[in-house]
Design a protein around this ligand. Structure first.
Ligand code: GLA
Length: 659
């Protein structure tokens, strides 16, 4: 991990470049414009399989040679893609059984992309053959500084239910469980009479008219993740022989539910993330921060690459909402603030054809006389000025636990409430901390937590014994932990931990839960102190813990809602109510103070403040100016001393003289 590509200097700036869609004269103009904008890295060839191998075993590299040579002459480095996310028509015709099949049994059609199953032997073989040729031809090309495998594994193709997948699944199960007895025990197959006597009896957990064994479904999610990872590794191992770093672009760290990125990150030389705003979400700049923080956390704190984001509208949301003035700049610099050493876009030039012609680009349909082009050129200048930030690290004192297995398990069928949602809880805690100007890492609950003063465990329904012990050790050693409802309930096989809930955390929290009381759709409950919660209420029985707040109404009126248990040198708190981000803010501010978390005071919650090395990023998401006392030094973006005020919608990056 962590072999950042050998780029000449400063941060990377550029985007996906698809010259194959354009005639020669436009390609010439592209390079001239890239220089004008300060582009120094482009991703080439991501969807070019049909042009590189127009017939099986027949290769045409001449056009790509010309593109790479031209870019190299202009001093622009290349992140060379392997185009396996778009198998060519000849492949689909020759191997029709490689089309993926959905859980409902629908065979995916051609004409889009990601239409081959990662487990299919013919797809794996064809991918490997092509990648061997690419590595051979371009491994030493001076323009190529890194490799970009496939595109966004898991989006939209997560689980495939084709016959090849089912065969691979049985093999995977043998490796995971060793014996049928172990599998039957892990899956609890005595329930509904599902005991297996032969491996061949086990099917993929296809759609059924009732809930399907949740342990089987969890294993299938793990299996699907490993199959995509296997397809990546196959390519990675070939490409690594060239000595150049290899990555794949994550389909939005916080948005890609189907891939367990904790398992992916160690397999990459550099973490690369794609991020697109949910245009309808008024707090989308906060979700952006969370996506960036998770990217940094996956990279183990090392610099990562923002491989794609948009200059403006996307073409795949219901409304393609253009970014407002200054928004692209704030978005890009927020990623840099949180550890990105690359600001790249999808895509360089807006396509005239195909599904994404209404997606924004660095060179828009409106051309270079447009505001967009001026903004892109200005951003290129900003990015160059941020060169001193390269390689600097962000230190977080607070962490939120993020576990894809917990995410999957919580949202399977037949839970105590269909409103239970992992992202909803993580988002609420993250937003509360963000608005309190607390920079947060996201961590796996089994990770080393010793660097954190405060850890939050948001509705982590699935929690292994090992993770629970890890949390216990963290608190014992003096850490402060906040656990939200419906955490620590089941183990890795979706089996309820022994005894009353939350079995894995009962001792640490010093309480037990006797009954869940999920709320109806429009119901809410009030806590003493006035905060109100949705979704959840439950009957908590105190053992060693003490109640700090109680339910003031609802099914658990008078009973504990927020508790604290002193454990070893630290404290473990439990919150039984679904407070909004606004409701969580005072609780988290109090906890941050108790834990000694450093955070600025008296700043509006529209100002994003992040420290990266010796630099303070100040990003003003509000319309009016904000003064920031106590920060002084040169503003890298202007070259002048920081005035002490960030204009409405503006950004300052201050190299601090003292801190
Ligand atoms: C993804 C893909 C790109 C493009 C963008 C559009 O991130 O990787 O190829 O489709 O979405 O937003």
């Amino acid at each position: 991990m962590s072999r950042y590509p050998a780029l000449p200097e400063g941060l990377a700036f550029g985007g996906d470049y698809n010259p194959e869609q354009w005639p020669a004269e436009v390609q010439e103009e592209d390079v001239r414009l890239m220089r004008e904008a300060g582009v120094n890295l482009v991703t080439v060839g991501v969807f070019a399989w049909a042009l590189l191998e127009p017939r099986e075993g027949v290769y045409e590299f001449g056009w790509l040679d010309a593109v790479l040579d031209r870019l190299h002459r202009a001093g622009i480095a290349v992140d060379l893609g392997t185009p396996t996310a778009a198998p060519p028509p000849w492949f689909s015709r020759a191997y029709p059984d490689a089309f993926p099949v959905t859980r409902e049994g629908v065979r995916v059609g051609a004409g889009g992309r990601q239409h081959a199953c990662s487990s299919h032997p013919a797809f794996r073989a064809a991918s490997a053959r092509l990648v061997e040729r690419l590595a051979e031809r371009y491994g030493d090309h001076p323009a190529v500084v890194m490799w970009h495998v496939h595109n966004e594994y898991g989006a939209p193709l997560g689980e495939c239910y084709c016959p090849a997948s089912t065969a691979a699944w049985r093999e995977w199960l043998r490796r995971r469980h060793g014996s049928l007895d172990a599998l039957n025990a892990a899956w609890g197959t005595t329930f509904w009479g599902q005991t297996y006597g032969e491996w061949e009896e086990i099917d993929a957990p296809r759609w059924s008219h009732t809930a399907v064994n949740p342990a089987q479904r969890l294993d299938y999610a793990r299996f699907a993740n490993e199959e995509h990872l296997g397809h990546y590794r196959l390519q990675r191992d070939v490409l690594r022989r060239t000595g150049k770093p290899v990555t794949t672009n994550f389909a939005g760290t916080v948005n890609c539910k189907s891939m367990d990125l904790w398992r992916w990150a160690p397999e990459l030389d550099v973490v690369a993330n794609d991020h697109y705003l949910d245009a309808e979400d008024p707090a989308n700049h906060i979700r952006l921060s969370m996506s960036a923080d998770l990217s940094r956390s996956l990279a183990g704190g090392a610099p990562w690459m923002l491989m794609e984001h948009s200059t403006g509208a996307t073409s795949w949301q219901r409304r393609g909402i253009a970014k407002r003035p200054g928004e692209m700049r704030r978005n890009s610099l927020a990623h840099v603030a949180r550890g990105a050493d690359a600001v790249l876009f999808f895509q360089w030039r807006a396509s005239r054809h195909g599904a994404e012609k209404w997606h924004s680009a660095m060179v828009p349909h409106a051309g270079t006389g447009s505001q967009m082009w001026s903004d892109v050129v200005a951003l290129g200048r900003d990015v160059r000025r941020l060169a001193p930030v390269r390689g600097a690290r962000v230190a977080a004192e607070v962490a939120i636990a993020w576990d894809w297995e917990a995410y999957w398990a919580l949202e399977l069928e037949w839970r105590p409430s269909g409103d239970l949602a992992f992202r909803e809880r993580v988002d609420a805690f993250y937003e509360a901390l963000w608005r309190e100007h607390v920079t947060t890492d996201l961590v796996h609950p089994s990770a080393d937590l010793s660097a954190y003063k405060l850890v939050v465990l948001p509705s982590s329904y699935l929690l292994t014994e090992a993770s629970a012990k890890n949390l216990q050790r963290y608190v014992e050693a003096g850490g402060h932990l906040l656990v939200s409802y419906f955490s620590g309930v089941v183990d890795e096989n979706d089996t309820v931990h022994d005894g009353p809930c939350p079995g894995a955390l009962r001792e640490l929290l010093g309480l037990r839960v006797e009954e869940f009381h999920p709320l109806r759709e429009h119901e809410s409950v009030t806590l003493t102190g006035g905060a109100s919660g949705r979704i959840w209420s439950e009957r908590v029985i105190l053992e060693r813990a003490r109640a700090e707040l109680r339910f003031a109404d609802g099914p658990d009126a008078g009973h504990p809602a927020y508790t604290v248990n002193a454990f070893g040198g630290g404290t473990a708190r439990y919150l039984s109510a679904g407070l909004s981000a606004a409701g969580l803010r005072p609780l988290l501010a109090g906890l941050a103070d108790l834990a000694g978390v450093t955070r600025p005071r008296d700043l509006p919650d529209t100002l994003e403040l992040v420290r990266r090395g010796a630099h303070v990023f100040l990003i003003n998401h509000g319309p009016g100016p904000v003064s920031v006392p106590g920060v002084s030094g040169a503003d890298l973006l202007t070259g002048a001393p920081f005035t002490g005020e960030v204009p409405g919608g503006g950004v300052a990056v201050v190299r601090e003289e003292t801190f």
